[in-house]
Design a protein around this ligand. Structure first.
Ligand SMILES: [Zn+2]
Length: 179
């Protein structure tokens, strides 16, 4: 049977069950004419140019899961940060990577911009309780006497942690490589 490829219903790339050529990066069906052969296989033009938008492959619960996982790990890490002082600086990027890997595993590697934002929000919320705890002494400082530098250090570590962890987790979720 001869199909007219100009009709949308006959366009193989529009069919979900299409088993022909697919981009080996984003899995999008591609017409042989649009396929670009790379050392790792065929890719669509968008992926070759690096301009592929993230497909929303997530399920509704994935963002909730991402938020919770990010929040729990960020909170656990901030508890650790309150005890290890300057080592927080070494810990924070690792916590961001851990969050990203744990979330990816939890959502079976599904991706979406919404999920990335949920992870960012979760990480910020997870950092918040101990950051607020570290802020409290500033407001109840003894009769207006400014706390010493040593007294401020726990707060400084928590602030750095609360900035570094969510941004590192978000960057890893988006697929950037942070060194
Ligand atoms: Zn692609």
């Amino acid at each position: 049977m001869q199909l007219d490829p100009s009709k949308p219903e006959n366009n193989p790339a529009a069919d979900d069950n299409y088993i022909g050529l697919r981009c080996n990066k984003c899995n999008k069906p591609i017409n042989p004419a649009d396929a670009v052969l790379t050392p790792t296989g065929y890719r669509c033009k968008e992926c070759v140019r690096g301009q592929q938008k993230i497909f929303d492959t997530t399920k509704p619960f994935d963002s909730v899961l991402g938020f919770l996982v990010a929040g729990l790990i960020a909170f656990a890490g901030s508890w650790l940060a309150s005890r290890i002082g300057f080592i927080t600086l070494l810990l924070a990027p690792g916590v961001g990577l851990l969050i990203s890997n744990a979330v990816r595993m939890a959502v079976s590697h599904r991706r979406s911009a919404k999920l990335n934002n949920a992870v960012l929000t979760g990480a910020v919320v997870g950092c918040a309780p101990l950051l607020i705890m570290a802020l409290i002494p500033l407001f109840i400082s003894h009769q207006g006497i400014l706390p010493s530098l040593a007294g401020l250090l726990p707060l400084i570590w928590q602030v750095l942690y609360a900035v570094a962890v969510p941004s590192s987790a978000y960057a890893h979720m988006k697929g950037f490589r942070l060194k």
